[in-house]
Ligand binder design. Structure first.
Ligand SMILES: *Cc1c(COP(=O)(O)O)cnc(C)c1O
Length: 372
C-alpha cells in the first residue's frame, strides 16, 4: 500500500480511454497551438463557472501577471497580498515593478485579513489579491466592500479553489474567481483541475478587460504582426486543453471525493486535540486542494513528520516561510498569525483516489503518534 500526497496515476487510469483518445485526436490534427480544443475548453469552463470570459494561458503564474498587466497598473502602484501564500502571488507583482503590500491572514480560515488590509491602504494602493487558500474562498464580501470604498482592483488567486462556490451576504452564489475584476487559476497537474503539464486561465465578466488580457497573452497583437501593446507569449497547449476538457467533466465528482475524504479525516480526528482540523468558512464551500491541520503548540512537527514518513504516510508543510521572511521579499512588519501557521500547519494526503484502507491507515498512524 503505497500512499502518496496526490495519486495522479490512479486518477488517470479511471479516465484513460477518454484522455488517450483526446490526446491522439490532437496528434492526428497536428493543431498543437491554438487548436479548436483550446477555444472549446475555454467555453466549457466559462459555462461551468458561469463567467463571461475565460482566457487560457500557459500557467497560473502567467495568469496573475497578465491580469495585473491588463489592469494597467504602473510601477510603484501598491498591491495588497496575504503573507501566507504561494510565492507566485507576490512574484509577478514585484516583477512588474509594483509594490506588494503584505497583510496577515485569519488563524481559522488561513485567508486574508481584510481589516488589516484596510489599515494598509495608502494613496498608491491600486489592487488587492485575495488568495483562496487550500480550496475555500476568502471573505469576498469584505474584500469587495473595501475595494468599492477605495476604488481597488480585485484579482482573485483561484489556483487552489476552482469549483468552490461563494455565497454573498445577499444570498447570491458565485464561483470562486468570478467575483473580482479578474480571477486566475492554474492547471498544474496536482491542482484540483490539473492537466499533464503546465496550464492556466484568467476569468472575468468584464469584456474590455477580457480583450486586453487576450491581446497581452498574444504578444500584444490584435492583428497578426501588428503589436499595439507590450505583451507576452502565454498559451495553453492544445494537448492540455484536450485533456482538460475530459477532466472538467469530472471536476464535480473530484470535488466531492475530496470533500468526502476531508469529512472522514474531520470525524476520525475530532477527539484528538493534537490535530486541529480545517475550519470551514460559513460563506464558501471548501474543495480541499489541501487538507491542512494545525498542530497543537507542544507537538514537534519535525518529529511527527519523520514518524509518518517511516510509517509510509507522506505529509507536507504548506508553507514553511511567510512571504515577508522570504529572502527575495524580505520586508519589515509583524505577521504573527502567519508566522505561527508556518510553524504549526501540516497537510496530509488529499486526492481523489485515497482508498478506504489507506485513509484508515493514515488516521490510525497519526493518532498512534507518541512524542518522545
Ligand atoms: C499553484 C499556484 C500558483 C501558480 O500556478 P502555476 O501554474 O504553478 O504557475 C499561484 N498561486 C497559488 C496560490 C498556487 O497555489
Amino acid at each position: 500500500m503505497k500512499i502518496q500526497m496526490v495519486d495522479l496515476h490512479g486518477q488517470y487510469l479511471k479516465i484513460k480511454k477518454d484522455v488517450d483518445q483526446a490526446i491522439q485526436g490532437v496528434i492526428d490534427s497536428t493543431a498543437f497551438i491554438n487548436g479548436g480544443e483550446v477555444k472549446e475548453f475555454a467555453q466549457e469552463l466559462a459555462e461551468y463557472l458561469n463567467v463571461k470570459h475565460v482566457i487560457p494561458c500557459a500557467n497560473g503564474t502567467d495568469a496573475l501577471q497578465v491580469a495585473f498587466m491588463a489592469l494597467g497598473l504602473k510601477p510603484g502602484d501598491e498591491v495588497i497580498v496575504p503573507v501566507f501564500t504561494y510565492v507566485a502571488t507576490a512574484e509577478v507583482i514585484a516583477l512588474l515593478g509594483l509594490k506588494p503590500v503584505m497583510v496577515d491572514v485569519h488563524p481559522d480560515t488561513f485567508n486574508i485579513d481584510v481589516d488589516q488590509a484596510r489599515s494598509k491602504i495608502s494613496a498608491n494602493t491600486k489592487a488587492i489579491v485575495p488568495v483562496h487558500l487550500f480550496g475555500q474562498c476568502a471573505d469576498m464580501d469584505a474584500v469587495m466592500e473595501l475595494a468599492n470604498e477605495f476604488n481597488l482592483f480585485v484579482v482573485e488567486d483561484t489556483a487552489q479553489a476552482i469549483g468552490s462556490v461563494y455565497t454573498s451576504k445577499d444570498g447570491s452564489t458565485t464561483s470562486a474567481g468570478c467575483i473580482g475584476h479578474f480571477g486566475t487559476t492554474s492547471f498544474f497537474p496536482s491542482k484540483n483541475l490539473g492537466c499533464f503539464g503546465d496550464g492556466g486561465a484568467i476569468f472575468t465578466n468584464d469584456s474590455d478587460l477580457a480583450e486586453q488580457a487576450r491581446v497581452i497573452c498574444n504578444h500584444g497583437q490584435r492583428i497578426k504582426y501588428h503589436h499595439s501593446i507590450i505583451g507576452v507569449n502565454s498559451r495553453l497547449d492544445t494537448l492540455q486543453a484536450a485533456i482538460l476538457r475530459v477532466k472538467l467533466r469530472h471536476l464535480d465528482s473530484y470535488c466531492a471525493a475530496r470533500q468526502e475524504l476531508a469529512a472522514f479525516y474531520d470525524e476520525a480526528l475530532k477527539n484528538d486535540d493534537r490535530f486541529a482540523t480545517p475550519v470551514r468558512s460559513a460563506q464558501s464551500t471548501h474543495v480541499f486542494h489541501q487538507y491542512t491541520m494545525k498542530l497543537r503548540e507542544d507537538i514537534n512537527r519535525a518529529e511527527l513528520q519523520e514518524y509518518l514518513r517511516q510509517n509510509g504516510v507522506p505529509s507536507m508543510v504548506y508553507y514553511p516561510v511567510p512571504l515577508n521572511e522570504q529572502e527575495a521579499f524580505a520586508s519589515d512588519g509583524n505577521y504573527p498569525v502567519s508566522k505561527n501557521l508556518c510553524e504549526r500547519v501540516l497537510s496530509i494526503p488529499m486526492s481523489t483516489e485515497v482508498t478506504p484502507e489507506q485513509r484508515n491507515y493514515i488516521v490510525e498512524t497519526l493518532t498512534n503518534f507518541i512524542q518522545s
